[in-house]
Ligand binder design. Structure first.
Ligand SMILES: [Zn+2]
Length: 176
């Protein structure tokens, strides 16, 4: 994996707090203004490794295989869709240009873009709930969104995906 770009921002208002977050391809590290170069070097390294550890922890086990993906769909269907969305197959597919995922309700098949392998599990779950809901309701009418919103992190996940698409310069819209 390539080293991420790092941007260090120092703030006079910051006394002790060090924090880091991702902004597109860049990791922004916030440091107190008074920190020395040596301390800065230490903290940048430390925050990068913390960020990476927490991102790895937050990834979904479903990322590992199509079987794991299908199993996750089963759990989500039980929990949010009355056990009434049962796909015949769910597969990881190579990145698609304009979609995060797609489904063919008549055949009960769902395909998920490999671009989502590394997103946090709650984001992937949203995409799966969205596609599973299409197995019950085609289109994006009110009844469809009512189903999808049973998944509590729907709004947050849609925001995350919008940001991800913008950062990657992809023409991917909210529709999956
Ligand atoms: Zn959709």
């Amino acid at each position: 994996m390539a080293e991420p770009q790092v941007e260090v921002r120092r703030s006079a208002r910051r006394r002790r707090m060090v924090s880091a977050y991702r902004e597109g391809d860049t990791v922004v590290v916030l440091l107190p203004a008074r920190m020395s170069r040596v301390e800065e070097e230490h903290w940048v390294k430390e925050m990068l490794s913390r960020l990476q550890r927490s991102e790895t922890r937050r990834r979904s086990p479903a990322r590992t295989s199509d079987e794991a993906l299908l199993a996750r769909c089963g759990e989500l269907s039980t929990r949010y869709l009355d056990d009434r969305a049962t796909p015949t197959s769910v597969r990881w597919v190579p990145p698609m240009r304009t979609r995060w995922a797609s489904c063919t309700p008549a055949e009960g098949t769902i395909r998920v873009s490999a671009r989502l392998r590394d997103v946090p599990s709650w984001v992937l779950d949203y995409v799966l709930v969205h596609e599973l809901a299409h197995l019950r309701v085609p289109g994006h009418g009110a009844d469809f969104w009512e189903l999808v919103h049973r998944y509590p992190k729907t709004e947050r996940a849609m925001g995350y995906l919008e940001g991800l698409a913008a950062a990657a310069g992809l023409g991917i819209t909210e529709d999956v």
